[in-house]
Design a protein. Sequence first.
Length: 158
Amino acid sequence: MRVRVKVEGLRELQRTLQQMERKLAIKALKQGLRKAAKPVLLKARENAGAIADSGATKAALRLLVRAGRKNKHTATAYIAPNAKAKRALNYYNRERAKDGKEPVDRMRHFHLAEWGRTYKGSTQPGRRWLTRAFDATASTVPFLFAVQLRRAIEEFKQ
């Protein structure tokens, strides 16, 4: 699931970012995004804890912030499970071993926990754990981002 949030009214910050060296501007953006997205990650982990999947989804969640491409002063934050997270794999394989199944080297069930599925007549409803986390924190994220970005810019200007 990809959700885009456009923050408007930050023209002064945008001008300042464009005047800064790209490397420093990206560093400030990434730092601001990382701190602003942290509440979404924490809420997603809380919601994922309610899923009956041995704790693998909760343990695999991570926050990844990447810089934009092509010389743009942009960055993107992703909150997603890491399919190869060691702790999560341990939980997952422990549950599989109880059913006599072979261990796996990566998990591929996270989208099913979010969106649900229908397979051969049986239906597993989606839990919407990530959607609920975003909805619960959506009003605070832009404000946190603006505050953190301003702090990061001031820090790097010095």
